[in-house]
Design a protein around this ligand. Sequence first.
Ligand code: GAL
Length: 661
Amino acid sequence: MKLGVCYYPEQWDESLWASDARRMAEMGLSTVRIAEFAWGLIEPRQGHFDWAWLDRAIDALAAAGLQVVLGTPTAAPPHWLVDAHPEILAVDAAGRTKGFGSRRHYCFSSDVFFAASERVVAAMAERYGAHPAVIAWQTDNEYGCHDTVVSYSPNALARFRQWLAANYANIGELNTAWGNVFWSMDYDRFEDVGLPVAMPAPPNPSHLLAFRRFVSDEVLRYNRMQVEILRRLAPGRDVLHNFMGFFSEFEHHEMGRDLDIATWDNYPLGHLEGTRIASEAERAAHRRTGHPDIAAFHHDLYRGVAGGRWWVMEQQAGPVNWAPWNALPAPGMVRAWTWEAFAHGAELVSYFRWRQLPYAQEQLHSGLNTPDNMLDAGGHEATTVARELQDVPVEATTRAAVALLVDYTGKWAIDALPNSPDFDVQALQLAWYGALRRLGLDVDIVPASGDFTGYALVVAPTLAVVDAGLAGRLQRCGAHLVFGPRSGSRTSEMHIAAGLPPGALRSLLPGLRVVAVEGLRPGVSFPLEAVGAGFPGAASAQVTRWRDVLDVPATLGVEARYADGHAAIVRHGNTRYVSGWLDATGLDALMRQAAAEAGVPAEPLPDGLRLRRRGKLQFAIHYGDAPVRVPAPANARFVVGGPVLDTAGVAAWWVDDSRTA
Ligand code: GAL
């Protein structure tokens, strides 16, 4: 469990470098990420490299005993490259070319950009691949930040057609797979197919889904190019990428297979205010703490992306500059966010950034130090964590009893044909995750391609695309299963599942058919009524936003109904299907019931308190505003904090005292 920081030596006078490095080391930081936006300084003119400044910067850090993570600088292509090859620029949905003057202005499908990236990554890796202080490499920076995965450029069009030709046997097969007979959309050749943009009516959802897959493959291909160069020229060094929060425009688990470590950038206040995921009430209540489940959700997601090793590459250390409103974190919250990451298994938490910069786009973004170089509140809290870490042993993270299933293709499928502006897949995932977490449960987030064996309870908030193989694996894993609305609703080519939804999931829910669906406008809700004793909490729950209308054979159990008689929750053996967007009351009751049946102890936690076990250590983090008592035994031995937590409080105690020796 180590601490690090993101640092930009090129933005500061060189006279500061040595004292910055010394102060970082004195604070207890061990790792410094640099250079991910420095392409223009590394290669000021094509083929002319200036390593002198970067040599000195790395040496200054190394001299203080710090380890370096080098970012490949491709997120900031320099102006000479753009001027010579404007065709590397990305194009937005309105057909406008995105210009130079910020960052991430490139198109993943440009061969010229691909080649220029190969050259600069190789040159950098040749220079520093064997440097003893450089322990890891970050590819690019936040693929997709500022909405930059999709590009409607001529390059993207050309490569999309090649991708189609590689993925369909012939154009007739594509026409059939997409159902192009509808509205006379048949093509004669792959070269006739356009990008799914700028049409009077929405594009064919099959066309859209194919494009999303193509776009994801383009990002994976680009990253793989960088990884291969780094493997060759920087052997023995970890390769990682810094993923984002609430971002799903490429297949993260597939990219993770190419990486050693998955890292992500954790901005709890930015993610709360900057996305539509949390309700207005939640945003107001947690404006200084962040949402109790958003950071944890991503920790659990990214722990599963590269086989278990994960870091927080950028940790919010004070106010950010990019949400509509940017609050100061509650006192102690930077420390709490850091401990929460360690509780979920992080190897390293790296703060963004060392010092607030008094110029350019991010001058209102805080750092560990103020622009005049005084240690800021976040810097003090990072120092505290560094001190506390010395007394806390590193315990291994073990598999949780509960898995939450996510699937990128399934999300793209729903986004391609949402049928309601309110069916936000990530919001639904977070709602289900939150219900499990309010019960004190540890959760692994597992992709549909993952391994479910060993879990007692597997929940899928929604899983649109399910084939027979996936259904079979779910059945064989033996866990209690809970599926949410729209599960099994689409084929991989974006048709309604054969025999009606839930399609292949019918092997688990024999005879069940979704005969109609309803997107529910705001204000419309369907209260649930309990049927028998199957689901005691049902009577106070309701469904909003969405409901599947079910045709239920007599062989399936019905645990809850709507007032109009339609089934709300059905069950066969250990498998449940939830037909609507269940509210928090309903989810809490349902998850408690499912956990109990699966033999997983679950007790509702006090408001705002969250738990996470790491080996024999039980951690507790408090996001609420009233003091709470943690569920520790009276004789618990605490290694952090104590039995009562205030807002931003952290505690950790031994679960099994025999291991404390
Ligand atoms: C991240 C990005 C950083 C910085 C930061 C500010 O998205 O990777 O370079 O811009 O946000 O919060």
